[in-house]
Design a protein around this ligand. Structure first.
Ligand code: EPZ
Length: 429
């Protein structure tokens, strides 16, 4: 299992290219099931989750091809991939595939919409929470699906196809909003989704679906209206930049000091995180084609944060911000409101000398003057990168094990940080 070793103490200076958003790429790939035409996605990040989903889509009969490198194209970042679901040959998504990448459960929406049936394994929980799918099931039933749970599978049928309806999500759910929006594109009549998620990735999916011929309005607000159409065609769509990767590297610079330009991204994607970083002592300003981040000359100030659905502070940046607060000039509190178990990075940060008290969903971080390198273990995707951020300033060496968590969501992290002066290497074993 690979490990990443970091020798702390270096500032970050230079340029970091931001990749396409993992959490947009996954639903966009799944949207290819909605048409027998080719859906071409540009700026696709090279991530383990994307590879896993490609295998899952292949199991349904989706062909895919990757456009090769072109003249004068900078190698490495952003692939163009073509997905064609000419015929869906299998409407079952098996446990051994779904359990490896829970967003693959989302195929249930397009399979039901196009094939009027789906048998998808319950995804099971993960490290950060039980991750139920009750809202997905409730919403698809509202669109006319008959759904049973049989032996760990969600077995769904919609004789004659789905039928549009008004449905209010009992809780803001990104995945359920993606799935119900996709399902509704081919339903008969109008669907109104209320209390829908407002994330930029929802807007990106709606933009792509519209290019495919769907009739959608209101994406990005709490109320999304979809008028069903008979079929969708192919399209070409560029995946939007990854706001979580953007916020992660901005927090790394806030931690180490230095001056870095994040290219191919925008402050508009993460307004609350930008405002929070400014209060913590980082200057985060828009520049041409990106964002410039540097410290404002003071130390790191403590800032209290409560995670919230977009446009609030993203739960996917909570662990990274906690790492930053370990070096603040006072005490900060972080309240996690989205997932019930998203503090597993706390005990690992403590191994580096952080002082953090947990009380239910609230972590209180007392800033310390220094961190000291140590072996630590990644427990989930975003927790793993918070350990890297802490390691960048810890005295001596920090070794992060189980970096397969990292590879799920951060494309070539050690290369991007290494090019800006971090002493970081991957140790394959
Ligand atoms: C998406 O997960 C993201 N994943 C997560 O990012 C992100 O943390 C999350 O949205 C919140 O922003 C992808 O986009 C692939 P939810 P999702 O449904 O859709 C509860 C990462 O690190 N809920 O918005 O699964 C749920 O338990 C990942 O990239 C139900 O109760 O999250 C949670 O408490 C981690 N019933 C809350 O809603 C349901 O049927 C929000 O979850 C569905 C969700």
């Amino acid at each position: 299992m690979d490990r990443i070793r970091i020798r702390g103490g270096n500032e970050l200076n230079g340029i970091i290219p931001i990749s396409g958003a993992k959490n947009a790429t996954l639903p966009l790939m799944i949207a290819s099931l909605l048409t027998d035409d080719t859906l071409t996605l540009e700026n696709v990040p090279h991530l383990a989750d994307v590879e896993q989903l490609t295998r899952i889509l292949g199991n349904h009969g989706v062909d895919f091809s990757v456009t090769g490198k072109r003249l004068r194209q900078e190698s490495g970042f952003g692939r163009t991939i073509h997905f064609t679901a000419r015929n869906i040959v299998d409407t079952t998504a098996p446990y051994d595939l779904v359990s490896k990448m829970r967003a693959s459960f989302w195929v249930i929406g397009p399979l039901l919409a196009r094939m009027h049936e789906a048998k998808v394994s319950l995804p099971g929980g993960c490290a950060i929470g039980t991750r139920p799918v009750d809202i997905f099931i409730d919403g698809l039933r509202a669109l006319g699906a008959d759904i049973d749970i049989e032996a760990g599978y969600v077995v769904a049928k919609a004789k004659g196809g789905l039928v549009g309806n008004r449905y209010r999500l009992p809780k803001v759910s990104v995945g359920a909003t993606h799935v119900l929006m996709m399902a509704a594109t081919l339903a008969k009549g109008e669907t109104i989704l209320e209390n829908a998620a407002r994330e930029p990735e929802i807007v990106d999916l709606a933009t792509c679906l519209t290019a495919m011929g769907a009739k959608i309005s209101g994406a990005g607000t709490s109320t999304i209206r979809i008028d069903g159409v008979r079929s969708l065609s192919g399209a070409r769509h560029r995946v939007l930049p990854d706001r979580i990767e953007t916020g992660t590297y901005a927090m790394a610079v806030a931690m180490t000091g230095g001056d870095v330009t994040l290219t191919g991204t925008s402050v508009d994607l993460l307004p609350t995180a930008v405002e929070t970083l400014a209060r913590a002592g980082a200057v985060v300003t828009p520049v041409e084609d990106g964002i410039r981040v540097y410290r404002n000359g003071g130390g790191i100030s403590p800032v209290d944060v409560v995670t919230d659905p977009y446009p609030g502070f993203p739960t996917d940046l909570q662990a990274q911000f906690m790492a930053l607060m370990t070096r603040a000039s006072g005490t900060a509190s972080i309240t996690e409101t989205i997932f019930e178990n998203r503090f597993m990075h706390v005990q690992e940060l403590a191994r580096l000398g952080a002082r953090i008290q947990l009380a239910g969903q609230v972590a209180r971080i007392e800033g310390v003057p220094r961190l000291k390198g140590a072996p630590v273990m990644a427990t989930d995707l975003r927790a793993s990168v918070s350990l890297v951020i802490a390691g960048l300033v810890a005295e001596g060496d920090t070794e992060v094990s189980r970096v397969y968590h990292l590879d799920r969501g951060f494309e070539r992290l050690e290369e991007k940080l290494g090019r800006c002066g971090a002493e970081i290497e991957r140790i394959s074993s």
